[in-house]
Design a protein around this ligand. Structure first.
Ligand code: C2R
Length: 176
């Protein structure tokens, strides 16, 4: 098998307690035969480690960063302010506010410091988006994404056939 070299995607999270949610990003990335660098980094609890991570990631071969955090989720925005790499934020549902706090902390970035934000706990989409970003300069990856999307539309066609046959069955049941 061809060697891949160092991972181009980094997945970081504020705490180990985010891993259950954030592992879905890894799942999406693995579906495309890619690997990711995974690390716990916190803007609040380990600011210097976060600075080191963000300022060195480009030199370490990273092309896109996925950052997940719950509550006062400053990690994605702070990392975005320290690097020119694209950052995808994942709001994690961990508090009594059910992820709305994290969503607003991540999505409401000031002009000039964008963070691409996915839905609460939807780390899978973050993984997929990271793959799409890499695919803009990788024809093989782009072809894999095309097949993935084609497969999804096949699944919907199947669901439509199932729904049609179920409604038909119900109609005949009502008539008899
Ligand atoms: P613990 O379970 O460790 O108490 O963490 C984490 O992402 C986690 O969801 C609770 C929550 O705190 C979040 N956290 C942040 C940051 N660091 C940790 N939001 C940060 O720097 O933004």
């Amino acid at each position: 098998m061809k060697k891949q070299g160092p991972p181009k995607i980094a997945i970081i999270m504020g705490s180990k307690s985010d891993y259950k949610v954030m592992s879905k990003a890894l799942e999406a990335i693995h579906e495309f035969g890619l690997e990711a660098h995974v690390e716990i980094v916190s803007a609040h609890r380990t600011p210097l480690r976060m600075y080191e991570f963000a300022t060195h990631s480009e030199n370490n071969g990273i092309k896109v960063i996925i950052a997940g955090a719950g509550g006062a989720a400053h990690l994605p925005g702070m990392v975005a302010s320290l690097t020119t790499l694209p950052v995808i934020g994942v709001p994690v549902n961990v508090t009594k506010l059910k992820g709305l706090d994290a969503l607003l902390s991540i999505v409401q970035m000031p002009k000039g410091v964008p963070v691409a934000t996915v839905a609460i706990d939807n780390a899978f989409n973050a993984g997929l988006l990271a793959v799409k970003i890499l695919a803009t300069s990788d024809a093989k990856l782009s072809a894999k994404l095309f097949l993935y999307q084609k497969n999804q539309s096949k699944k919907i066609s199947m669901m439509n056939r199932e729904i049609k046959s179920e409604t038909k069955k119900n109609r005949t049941k009502r008539k008899t």
